[in-house]
Design a protein around this ligand. Structure first.
Ligand code: ZN
Length: 246
């Protein structure tokens, strides 16, 4: 069973299309979308429609904080994020809004937990940026593997039997063996708004049969998304963010 894990698409159509094209020839059995389909980006209608198609085809989809903010105010959004949410709300059909509002916060399959932020208080949108926070995530689920987004920077952490958590390097394109003696947590990076200084889409492939996780990066037409942002009059810092990958 090979699952392509995508998160933080953020209404970036060019990046979403590039990742779907990149994963197409890789023998993928299932797609998991870990939320933030909308927000920050210029093409929420297209990206939500594509996510709805994927869900209809069996994809696992969970809700991110930007998805939740369309129909329920979220307290932790910065002013730029909130402005784009208000703009996005007016672009989406009733069906698209109902889809985003109805997504679960957490999903599970086999021995994996899928969540946008952290399984410890999934609607509290905790950023898993430290070993201590990852330890809390491991305590909140019995799953051996936790796959999440929200941070927009790929990260890999592992817990031993006693719950001691270690941060590990994130190799790109090279399968990481998920040793059965340990538990694992990965932030798979962002499809549509990377923040690690690399202006490329990020996603991951979990091969449950081989017991590996592969972090992938894939280039996309950044200029096309930047042009769309400007066409829609969305805040210029969002364009700079895509160009620099920060
Ligand atoms: Zn996000």
């Amino acid at each position: 069973m090979r699952t392509a894990v995508l998160t933080d698409i953020h209404a970036n159509r060019a990046a979403f299309e590039a990742v779907l094209a990149d994963l197409a020839p890789r023998g993928i059995d299932r797609i998991a979308l870990l939320g933030d389909i909308v927000g920050y980006g210029p093409d929420p209608e297209w990206c939500t429609a594509r996510a709805m198609d994927l869900a209809a085809g069996g994809a696992v989809v969970v809700q991110g904080n930007h998805d939740a903010a369309i129909d329920a105010p979220q307290r932790d959004l910065n002013p730029v994020a909130q402005a784009v949410i208000d703009w996005t709300r007016g672009r989406l059909s009733a069906d698209a809004r109902a889809f985003l509002a109805g997504l679960p916060l957490v999903a599970g399959a086999e021995d994996v937990t899928y969540v946008h932020a952290s399984p410890a208080d999934p609607g509290g949108w905790i950023y898993l940026t430290s070993e201590a926070r990852a330890a809390g995530a491991f305590r909140a689920t019995p799953a051996r593997l936790i796959l999440c987004g929200h941070v927009h920077r790929p990260r890999l952490m592992s817990s031993d039997r006693r719950g001691f958590v270690t941060g590990l390097d994130v190799p790109v394109g090279k399968p990481v063996p998920l040793l059965p003696s340990r538990r694992w947590l990965a932030v798979v990076g962002a499809v549509g708004q990377p923040r690690d200084g690399v202006a490329m889409a990020a996603y991951a492939i979990h091969d449950a049969t081989a017991g590996t996780l592969t972090f992938r990066r894939c280039g996309y037409d950044v200029a096309a998304t930047v042009a769309r942002l400007r066409e829609e009059g969305l805040p210029e810092p969002l364009a700079v963010r895509l160009q620099t990958g920060m």
